[in-house]
Design a binder for this molecule. Structure first.
Ligand code: ARG
Length: 457
């Protein structure tokens, strides 16, 4: 088949080159957007007096037919036509002859491809934000169920201070809320019409780009044709935000994998979301969580791949930019999958109250002991030292804090009063964290109330 650009060539394209340079095998994903932009472009060309009304109508009718054929899987994609754009245009020309050849007036694939990508990405961001919202709702529901479970928090993976379990779930809800803000923010920069930029310098005909923008639902029109065709910053940003969202998912997955072990025993995953071992009959493995954790690596890879492609590209368009698509499509599929996977897991997660509440019998309340002394007028550093002495005493006596008598406390400081035992409880410890953003029951109930309103629950 003759190439659209065959005019200046005297040789047929080498078979390897055809195979190596084609992108239609993956960019056909953009077909619905390509056709939408073709239709908008036809209308703009008509308004500019380049196409008659009758010509515009015939083109649009045929484009709609092609769209249907693609949707029904009846369209024959040809690698020798390189990409989605030329496949559709060639079909149009095959059917409408000379008229089909008019479609590409005042347009280059350089502005065409980013327009498709922007339309595609806007839809994808909307879908991803919906999945993120489903996930946050699950976290809020878990928070609501666990206000009265007091569990250990960890720093350095060592038991730190008691928290209410809700606080943990709300912490992740916070992470996914920030991710959503980032998606929304990059959506604004994606929502920009680049069509009408031509190959690099703008186009010769009096196209009303604002009309095209309105037709396609873009909020803004790009301001510099060179930048518009040369850059893929909006895709890099998207890949970054997905990578960061995945990082949050991966950390959550890691916690749940640990919590699901016999050693922790904080949660239990249902059978239907686990898989078994082919050799060890007793095994019930958290493979979904493990794969969520692992797929984060792919998303980092996709981001680095694109950033590397963009680095040091001479201004403006270079064919290197075709390499933006596979990382983009892979990230879109992966982020959706892992968001769905985590939402599914959280919906079925069984919290094991007794194990989670195993706050006593260990040293989680030692900071509270130091703070008790501070309230009696001891400077914090000194209080910290005294509490440290208590810790080493407990360790050498093989005792727990609960087992210490008031008399024993008094041996460490005369500031210890008869009320010391009463204040050293997990409830007391959490509920003293009354500052904004702390883990007290009161603060958490307020957080949940706000979160429910924000999530429309
Ligand atoms: N498939 C190409 C891409 O994704 C479309 C643009 C081609 N432009 C060009 N001048 N060869 O970048």
């Amino acid at each position: 088949m003759e190439k659209p650009w065959s005019g200046r060539f005297t040789q047929k394209t080498d078979a390897f080159v055809e195979e190596f340079t084609e992108s239609v095998s993956f960019d056909k994903t953009l077909a619905p957007y390509d056709i939408a932009q073709d239709i908008a472009h036809v209308k703009t060309l008509q308004k500019a007096g380049i196409l008659s009304q009758e010509e515009a109508e015939r083109l649009i009718k045929e484009l709609k037919k092609i769209k249907e054929e693609i949707e029904e899987g009846r369209f024959e994609w040809r690698k020798e036509l390189e990409d989605v754009h030329m496949n559709i245009e060639a079909k149009l020309t095959e059917r409408l002859g000379e008229l089909g050849k008019k479609l590409h007036t005042a347009r280059s694939r350089n502005d065409q491809v980013t327009t498709d990508e922007r339309l595609y990405l806007k839809d994808q961001i909307r879908e991803i934000r919906k999945l993120l919202s489903d996930l946050r709702r699950r976290l809020v529901l878990l928070a609501e169920m666990s206000v009265d479970i007091i569990m250990p928090s960890y720093t350095h993976l060592q038991r730190a201070q008691p928290i209410r379990a809700s606080f943990y779930f709300l912490a992740y809800r916070e992470a996914f809320l920030k991710d959503d803000e980032r998606f929304l923010d990059l959506y604004r920069r994606t929502d920009e019409l680049t069509l009408g930029s031509g190959a690099v310098a703008g186009v010769d005909f009096p196209l009303d780009r604002f009309l095209t923008a309105e037709e396609l639902g873009f909020n803004r029109v790009s301001r510099n044709a060179m930048f518009a065709t040369a850059e893929r910053d909006f895709i890099a940003e998207f890949l970054f935000v997905c990578a960061l969202t995945a990082q949050h998912l991966s950390r959550l997955a890691e916690d749940l994998i640990l919590w699901n072990t016999d050693e922790f025993g904080f949660v239990e995953l249902p059978d239907k979301l686990c898989t078994g071992s082919s050799i060890m009959p007793q095994k019930k493995n958290p493979d979904v969580l493990e794969l969520i954790r692992a797929k984060t690596g792919r998303l980092y890879g996709n981001l680095i791949a694109l950033l590397t492609v963009l680095k040091a590209l001479p201004m403006a368009y270079n064919r290197d930019l075709q390499e933006d698509k596979e990382p983009l499509f892979d990230t879109v599929k992966t982020i959706k999958d892992i968001l769905k996977g985590m939402t599914l897991i959280l919906g079925e997660l069984k919290l094991k109250r007794e194990r989670l509440s195993s706050v006593s019998g260990n040293l989680l309340l030692i900071t509270d002991l130091a703070n008790y002394l501070v309230e009696k007028g001891v400077p914090f550093r000194e209080a910290h030292r005294i509490a440290g002495n208590v810790v080493s005493y407990l360790l050498s006596e093989k005792k727990t804090l609960e087992e210490m008598s008031t008399e024993e406390f008094k041996r460490f400081s005369e500031k210890f009063g008869d009320d010391v035992k009463r204040t050293l409880t997990p409830e007391h410890s959490t509920d003293k964290k009354r500052t904004y953003g702390g883990t007290s029951r009161e603060a958490i109930l307020k957080m949940i109330e706000v979160a429910k309103i924000e999530e429309g629950l």
